[in-house]
Write a new protein. Sequence first.
Lengths: 150, 336, 267
Amino acid sequence: MSDFEPKVVAFVCNWCTYAGADLTGTSRLKYASNVKIIRFPCTGRIDFMLLLKAFANGADGIIVSGCHPNDCHYTSGNFHAKRRWIMFKELMDFMGIDMNRVTFSWVSAAEGAKWAEVVNETVTRIREMGPYVSYKELVNKTIEEEVKNE
Amino acid sequence: METTRKLIRKHSLELLYKKLSASNKVYAPVTATDKQVEYKYNPPFSDVTFDHIRSTLSVKNLVFPKVENLFIFSNSKTESSITDVNLNLLPNVVLWGSHPCDNAAFDILRSIFCWDINDEFFSKRLEKVTVIGLACHTSDDYCFCTSTGNAPNSVKGSDILLSKLSGGDYIAEFITAKGSSILASSPELFENETEEKAVIAVVNTKFSHEQVTEKLQTAFEHPFWVENSLRCIGCGACTYVCPTCACFDIQDETKGKEGRRYRSWDSCGFGLFTLHTSGHNPRHVQSQRWRQRIMHKFSYMPDRNESLGCVGCGRCSSACPVDMNISEQLEALQNI
Amino acid sequence: MNNLISRAKELLESKTVNVVIGYEAGPTGLARPAFITDSAKADKLIYDERCVQNLAVYLTKAEVKNFGKMAIVARLPVMRSIMMLISEQQVIGDNLIILGISEDNSLLDIASISVMQGYIDKCDLGNPSKDREILAELNKMTPEEKFSWWQNQFSKCIKCYACRQACPMCYCIRCTVEVNQPQWIPVQANAHGNTEWHILRAMHLAGRCISCGECGRACPVGIPCHLLTMQLADQVWNYFHVHAGTSDKMNSVLSTYEPNDKESFII
């Protein structure tokens, strides 16, 4: 697995983490290029189904990041998101779906360095974990194959 | 035509099962840990049940799977290509121990899938299936096969029909050429029939389906539908467990430049089933959907396909979370 | 039971309500939902252990709504469902007469929503004990064991949506699973489609599930999908100290927040 390059999708809010990631770049800080950033108006807009979509379409890891509590551009979007992720994590744990592949973080527009850290730490962790085989199998298993394997 | 009848001892049945599993996939019922009876491919013979009344799901997925690929497509900048599913790769399947109601359903499905255009997916799958039926020696309140022109020991749809004898051995009746070829290939497993009688379940007739069909001609606007479907919650359980319900939905699933078109079960019980793009829904309330299900099976199908759309297995009633009992409703319809 | 019948008759005769939603015995001996509009037929009403369906599911059904004023036979889970439906503005409390049934199957005198709230407050609002045991067993498993346990369950799913239709809280006219631009949930009933469907259903019921277990009971293939929402109901209590369906004015857990909500996984 030495040549395994994890695919990481980052769902970030427009106002803090996206600006933070911008700062990482303008500060000339290097970080792992495995991450694909998808910008959202707010963490409150990030539906849990998007995470599943990312996994289904080949992501090995996910980052969800937005404004620190009390800093939300829309006042409370991140608080709502927090509750949602608490529940989502509990459900995933209960179903045995590995949440170590998802990093949740608060990265403000001023935290360019933290963003680089979050990404690097996530990519390193996912690299160690290897490709997300069990979810990919789940997706690729068509009924025909299911019948064959029985 | 007179059919051949032979005795097969319980231990020979096991040998037959093993012989068939060596060259075919055998699809046989087992009792799962949660007491549900489900069909599995090649289960060990010791797990196979001979005493079930009805499996939770019908066996229609052998010929009409819950999800079935129709073709694979891929797009490039200049052209699209389509790859057909190679139906010749389908394995031979022996359906083992399915009851006469389920077996009778294959003809009904054929009348739908091959009504005007031959549905290759269905008919190729059906060709590969050999049916070793098992006459019912037990039944319950949901059973009403005798009211739909079937019987617990009907040979319709079976290639071989097994009937349990009081001593625990079985009588095998060879109905088709497919069935007789099994006898020809393993004559040592069969003996001549004795005087011993088969145990056949008693299923009382609950209604006359001819009369129901007659009544339905003028019952479209009858208040019966609204009164008797208020408790229907509009799930698809009845249609999905039904051995003869054949409605499907076609979907494309695309990933990047590649994708597949597949069909999957659908249900007339869903509001979305008839929803138009305009927003108009010709069957906008549940009573109309329930009426459609009964009408389709007991009025439209006898008209168009010359067969009843129901085999009386009683699965829809037993699966229903709110006890929409179909034989009770048909009994009532007979007298409206 | 006699009290229930006479009360139902009284309500129908005085035209206080147009329908009484209760239970009757079907031909196979099972109890099933019944809609009594004529007081002469009120004698059909039964109430015993067989009466398990959550009748609140009908309160949002178009044909039933047309009745206008109605009475509904309600044990604790039904009462809690009604509370949720009122708080989510799906049901108008004034249109409803609650024929409350206590734990020991006797008729309760529930004159108003606030009386019902008082009754609910006095009850044990946790998950039913038999489900608590299974949940405890499942929670002891390793992630791999949980994954294969659930995958084994989901492999039976045929996507008939009985779990959704039987749930009083699943009243959306168009479910996310029916939205196809974009297609959120794969339509097919295979490992992928089934897993995501059950995740979706459980998440949309997080903080709204009142632990009636109706979804699992309705499942024709016996998937204990109620355990998913019940686990979340437990977690909602652990994290936010809220039981769903305890007030007609509460906000759903996931559409509100407290600034000091505790978690340990966001860095």
